[in-house]
Design a protein. Structure first.
Length: 398
């Protein structure tokens, strides 16, 4: 097999694994906190803080050392997992957070719709933002939820997907460690100024491209959903530099332009200049744009995932062999269905995915399934809602 063919096979397998990861995240959500990878990463960072020395220079060096050591540890652990596409996809799903993000924002929306400002403040502070919320007005709580949703579309969906496409599960695990370190240590105060500096700078570097890509995807999703793609991109380019972070302003400003609103954090920044006041309805509109963006990610992965299927089909031609297998070799997705224990009589998510990728759609495709799960079966997120370990990431510094 040529180097190009091998690279293409690897990319196709990663696209398939990401589709499985997105389906698993939509269907299953986060694992229990006791075994959640992000909770374990948070424990690693807390241990590093307890062991950190005193003194600015010592803490600066210790913070860099601890993040680097954690990266080696989690990357090496991820390499030990079987490379089977289903195993990789299920493992990757635990490091994505779209479903948890949507539910957390939906809980704030439900509280605002019910007129329970105190509960909306509590939910926003507990799940989404680190700013004090006790004195925020209802419009400020809604704006905070929209800002966190927009920023986390990059940190919890687009950036992890790019990391996995670029370096597989080890790269995704390392990205998630750095992102967790920044979420826990990346503050400019006496406690974390030096300890978290390396983590914050590395997180900024890793998110340069994903944040801008997320802004572009928000603009495209806004064009599809509300016809304001041009305005979203214009505001993103104009206002992205108004935040302290070199990256967070891009998706947040894009969302402000998409919603024709103004998102403000007291004494910090003002994004957009639209006349619409943030409220529960606007939070719901932002969630719809986010769902459209998720479907765009799925649509972008499908062509890459189909490469293997095309090659496997080509193996049936006389005299041809694909990846060292004969003409009778089964396709990758057929093997996935067998591993999952799904027969032809009980087609599951992978069977649906196989139909779409293999161009054998009969009743329902994967993208329709995902849309139904995420968009058509919303529950009241304010009832019985238990937040998972992904709160370590979604409670952003906004």
């Amino acid at each position: 097999m040529s180097a190009y063919s091998k690279t293409t096979e690897i990319l196709a397998a990663r696209c398939q694994a990401l589709l499985i990861a997105l389906a698993a995240d939509a269907l299953l959500g986060d694992p229990p906190n006791a075994c959640h990878p992000v909770v374990l990463l948070g424990g690693w960072m807390r241990l590093g803080e307890r062991l950190a020395p005193r003194g600015a220079r010592a803490r600066l060096g210790w913070g860099a050392f601890w993040v680097a050591g954690g990266a080696v540890l989690v990357g090496g652990t991820a390499r030990l997992l079987p490379r089977h596409v289903v195993v990789q996809g299920l493992a990757a799903s635990t490091l994505l957070a779209y479903r948890s993000l949507d539910r957390a924002v939906g809980a704030v929306q439900a509280a605002l719709e019910a007129g329970d400002l105190d509960e909306a403040r509590r939910l926003a502070s507990w799940h989404l933002v680190s700013r004090p919320t006790a004195e925020l007005r209802a419009d400020e709580v809604a704006a905070a939820a929209i800002e966190s949703l927009a920023e986390n579309l990059s940190d919890s969906l687009v950036a992890p997907a790019l990391a996995y496409l670029g370096g597989g599960l080890p790269a995704l695990a390392v990205y998630r460690l750095v992102n967790t370190a920044d979420a826990m240590w990346g503050y400019r105060d006496e406690r974390y100024e030096y300890l978290g500096k390396a983590a914050a700078r590395l997180d900024d570097a890793l998110n340069l491209a994903p944040a801008r890509l997320t802004a572009a995807l928000i603009a495209l999703a806004a064009q599809i959903s509300v016809g304001r793609g041009g305005a979203a991109w214009h505001v993103a380019r104009r206002d992205a530099g108004r935040t302290a972070s070199p990256n967070a302003g891009w998706p947040m400003a894009a969302m402000a332009g998409a919603l024709d609103t103004t998102l403000t954090k007291r004494d910090h920044y003002r994004l957009g200049d639209g006349p619409r006041a943030p409220d529960a309805a606007l939070v719901g509109e932002a969630r719809r744009i986010a769902r459209t963006l998720t479907l765009l990610v799925v649509a972008g992965l499908l062509p890459g995932a189909s490469i293997r299927v095309v090659w496997n089909a080509g193996a049936s031609a006389p005299g041809k062999r694909v990846a060292g297998r004969g003409a009778q070799g089964p396709g990758v997705l057929a093997r996935l269905n067998r591993v999952m224990g799904r027969g032809a009589r009980r087609p599951g998510v992978l069977a649906r995915l196989n139909r779409v990728v293999g161009r054998r759609v009969r009743k329902v495709g994967f993208h329709i399934l995902l849309n139904r799960i995420v968009g058509r079966r919303e529950r009241n997120a304010s009832k019985g809602f238990t937040f998972s370990g992904m709160g370590l990431l979604m409670r952003k510094k906004v």
